[in-house]
Each structure stands twice: as C-alpha cells, then as structure tokens.
Design a protein around this ligand. Structure first.
Ligand SMILES: Nc1ncnc2c1ncn2[C@@H]1O[C@H](COP(=O)(O)OP(=O)(O)OP(=O)(O)O)[C@@H](O)[C@H]1O
Ligand SMILES: [Mg+2]
Length: 506
C-alpha cells in the first residue's frame, strides 16, 4: 500500500467567475501533521471542502485517493464513514445541548432501538479523557469557553474512528494557553497514528509542530516544505506564500507625535444586568490624537465589553463614570450616536454583528454611512460603485467584483470589507477588535500600513488584540486588562511580553 493516506490529484474547482482551485495536487503521508498555508482566498478551505464532500463528486475536477481507494464522496456523511473528520472554524456544536449530546449527536450508543444514555455518558467521558478535557459531560456547551468547545469538537471527531482529522484555523479564536493545549493534543494524536491536516495563519504553530507544510497561492500548489529537511522556516513560508520577501511585518513609523486627548474615560464601569455582574470596573483610560493605544489581556478580560460600552452600548449595560470625546462630555444611547460623534468599531465577530453576509461588497462598505452617498433619500449608485471600488483596491480585497456576495469571500477578505466599511465613515477614533484574526501575513502587513497612514492623517486607534507580537509591534502605548479592570499601563519603550503577561494574569 502507498505510503500516502491521501492523494489529491489535479483538483480544480470553479465558482461562478472565480477559479478557486486550479490543478492542485496535495499528498499527505500516514501519521503526519501536514499544514496547509497560504494567503486569504488562496483556496485552502475550498480544497478541504472538496475532500470532505461538502462539494460533492462531480462538482470539481481531479481525483481523490484516500486510504488506498479512489473516493467519490457525494455528501459529507460519505467522507465521515471513510474516516475523515473536519472541524470548521465556525464551530458546529449545539449550544443548548450538553457536552455528551453534542459528542454523540446522531451517533448515540443504542440498545436495541433505544438510546442507552448511561452508556453514552460513559463513552463521552472516555472521549473527553482522550482530549484531556476535564468537564462534566452533562454541562451545556454554551457554558464552556471556546477553547473547551474546540476540544469537544475533537472528542466528537474521535468518537467516530477517525483516520484523518482536518482542522480549519482551529486556534484563531483561542488564547495562547488553549492553543498550546491543542497543539500538544495534536502531537499525541499523531503518536496514536492519526493523520492531521491543519490550516493556520499562525506561522509559529506551523514551525512548532508541522512535519510538512503545503503552500497554496491563487488556487495553485506552490510547494511542499519538509521539516525534516529544515525547510519550514518563517522566511521560507512567507516567501512562498506571498511570492516576495517581507523583512519586517510591522512597518516602521518614524513620527510619534500626538495631539490633544481625543478620548478620556474616568472611573468608567459597565454592569451587565443579564450576567448580574460588572464587566468593566473603574477604568481610567485616555487616547491622544494620532496615537495607537493597544489593549492586551486574556480572553474574557473585559476588552470587548469595554469597547462596546464606549461604542454606544449596544448590550445595554448600566454605565457609570465619565466619557469625554474630543473634549466634550459624551453620553451615547445607541451605536448610531457614537458613529455620529466620530467613533467606528470593527468587531472581532465579523459573522455575528459586523457584516451583512447575504449582501454584496458595495452594500456592506457603504452601510454605515449611507447619507454620504445619498441625496433626497436616494442612493447614488455611481458613487457607491466608485467608493467601493476604491476600497476594494486600497485594501486589496480579493474578489471578482464589488458585486460579490460577502458570505462567499474567504475569511480574511471579509475582515477587509469590514475595515473598509468603517473607514468610509471617516472616524476620529477607530476601535479595532482583533483586527487581524484569521488574516494572512501579507494582508496583515497591508492592514498595519493602513493603520499607520490613518494615524499620520490624525485619526486615533484603539487596538484590542490577543497577539502580543501585534500589540508590541504596532502600539504607542499599551493598557492591560484582567477581570474587567485596567491592571497596567506601559509605554512602548518599557513594554515586553513578560511585563504584559504579568499584568494580564494578575
Ligand atoms: N461559495 C463560494 N462562492 C463563490 N466564491 C467562493 C465560494 N467559496 C469560496 N469562494 C472563493 O474561492 C476562493 C478561495 O476561497 P477559500 O475560502 O478556499 O480561501 P482560503 O484559502 O480558505 O482563505 P482564508 O485564509 O481567508 O480562509 C476565494 O476567492 C473565495 O472568494
Ligand atoms: Mg479559509
């Protein structure tokens, strides 16, 4: 039998107007951890959807040889039965069901025609042990953090005798600890002979655990790098991904001169009546004109809640304290008030409240500032087209046209549309919440360059980020939050990774 558990030969896949994959070949050896890397829109997710039967046989060209046989999966369950499990970035668990119900949904332990719930729970415990998740199988999924939910997804995959485990950006939403746990688990699964394909934009991870890394660019295979030959280095990956070298992914800024205070919070607190507790506690913060202020902290430290409390309080927290915007005492009852006053907020959750996925790029870009392109209640469509095209170009949004539906764009390109939408508002203060989550290195560099340009034009930026490299590489000043409080403030000169983590874990 071949040493390869998977061979995808000459795969091509077209969507109307987009050639997502052209003649891609991809081979994976049994028992290896094989990364798929490439820029946003390179075709990584599409290739895995072809493999797992999301796009059935007959809707693509080329062939798939898995586990010694040519496969023509007509639906997802065919690939599952063959031993392939795929975990998408958007988790597919049922939030209102328990952990064990999720693990065995549709696959319960039966006794005759009846589900044997006691044995199902025992089996669930075994699966949870395999992924080293120490939770009661009877708790509800929605009561677990994302890191733990991710492990439940893997437990679910393992319950079905998986031979090949595919993870599409599994650590994008995880903090450093949870990511490290997950990587450790993948190493152990590898020792048990499970082959793993992983998609990630975090090069650190690729370098840490990949045996091989295949680079896709513009729907084509560029190369497969081999760790045992020392080929998996950051430079090598970036060079092959973007087709050029990037010396420093944080573009240098020479001028660090700031104007007056643009935002000032004094003794600012937010009480969440739904949770019955305060999510932001006695925060003092200021941002100057032309300044990038980074907010670091672990997941759940209150950073997003702080941003929302500033941006018109959409979750209706009970607010206390004072906020001055551009020297004026401000009370916003609704996000629209904040937008009118000059604040824009690019959310971390582009699927939830960032974008209208069923609409096209141009409607999304102009959505927050329609009056700018309207007269007497009518949208001037010529203007809408030319403005959207200019953002498509300046942000390098990869799509055949601005008429493309946003839900069909790759993850990173959706993020750029979201950024374009808020830049078009022309804010004084731009709040970016995890701005480069799921974004490839080349596009990150573009977004950082845009940020630098915006502040040189007098905008101010608050950047919430879990990537310490990005916080240290881009901020002028850094605040660190934990448990709803500001635990520390560091100038960029004094800041380093250890100091930030010290405050974040206080
Ligand atoms: N259902 C669809 N309809 C139309 N075009 C699509 C569809 N799905 C993907 N595409 C296009 O195919 C290309 C490849 O997308 P894909 O999602 O595979 O990229 P990716 O490499 O996973 O990117 P990312 O890192 O941003 O997730 C993109 O240009 C995307 O816009
Ligand atoms: Mg993808």
């Amino acid at each position: 039998m071949s040493e390869f558990i998977l061979e995808m030969n000459g795969i091509s896949k077209e969507f109307t107007g987009v050639k997502a994959l052209s003649n891609v070949s991809f081979k994976v050896k049994k028992g290896e951890i094989h990364f798929l890397v490439g820029e946003n829109g390179a075709g990584k997710s599409t290739l895995m959807k072809v493999l797992s039967g999301v796009y059935p046989h007959g809707t693509y060209q080329g062939d798939i040889v898995f586990n010694g046989g040519v496969q023509s999966f007509a639906k997802i369950s065919d690939s599952v039965n063959a031993g392939i499990a795929i975990i998408y970035q958007e988790l597919a668990l049922f939030p209102d069901l328990t952990v064990y119900e999720n693990i065995f949904a549709g696959n319960e332990v039966k006794h005759g025609a009846f589900v044997d719930w006691n044995r199902t729970i025992v089996r669930a415990k075994e699966m949870l042990q395999k992924v080293k998740l120490n939770v009661n199988p009877e708790v509800l999924i929605k009561d677990l953090g994302v890191g733990k939910q991710q492990l439940v997804e893997i437990a679910k995959a393992l319950s079905k005798e998986v031979k090949l485990l595919i993870l599409d950006e599994p650590t994008a939403a995880l903090n450093e600890d949870d990511s490290e746990n997950l990587l450790q688990l993948l190493r152990e699964l590898k020792n048990q002979g499970i082959t793993c394909i992983m998609i990630s934009h975090k090069l650190k991870e690729v370098i840490a655990i990949a045996d091989k890394a295949t680079v896709l660019r513009d729907g084509k295979t560029i190369c497969t790098l081999d760790a045992s030959k020392g080929e998996i280095t950051e430079n090598n990956i970036i060079k092959n991904m973007v087709g050029r070298e990037i010396d420093d992914i944080y573009p240098k800024r020479t001028n660090r001169q700031f104007g007056n205070s643009i935002l000032e919070l004094r003794d600012w607190s937010a009480y969440d009546p739904k949770l019955g507790r305060s999510v932001v506690k006695n925060v003092h913060l200021h941002v100057k004109k032309g300044e990038i202020v980074g907010i670091a902290g672990l997941m759940g430290s209150g950073r997003t809640e702080l941003a929302q409390s500033i941006f018109g309080n959409p979750k209706s927290y009970k607010l206390q304290g004072e906020m001055d915007l551009d020297g004026k005492r401000s009370v916003f009852k609704h996000p629209q008030d904040a937008i009118t006053a000059g604040i824009a907020y690019v959310t971390e959750d582009r699927k939830g409240d960032g974008l209208f996925l069923i609409q096209d790029i141009k409607s999304n870009i102009t959505a927050a500032n329609l009056h700018e392109i309207s007269s007497r209640g009518f949208i001037n469509s010529n203007e809408e087209v030319s403005i959207s095209n200019s953002y498509k170009q300046s942000l390098n949004i990869k799509a055949p046209s601005i008429e493309q539906i946003v839900g069909n764009l790759s993850g990173g390109n959706q993020q750029k549309v979201s950024l374009g939408k808020w830049l078009f508002v022309g804010p004084k203060l731009l709040i970016l919440d995890e701005p480069t989550r799921g974004i490839d290195v080349g596009a990150k560099f573009e977004i950082y360059t845009i940020m630098n340009k915006l502040i040189s034009e007098g905008m101010s930026i608050i950047m919430i980020s879990s990537e310490l490299g990005e916080i240290l590489g881009m901020s002028d000043r850094i605040y660190i939050m934990a448990e709803g409080r500001m635990k520390g403030e560091l100038s960029i000169e004094e800041a380093d990774q250890e100091k930030i983590m010290h405050f974040a874990t206080q």
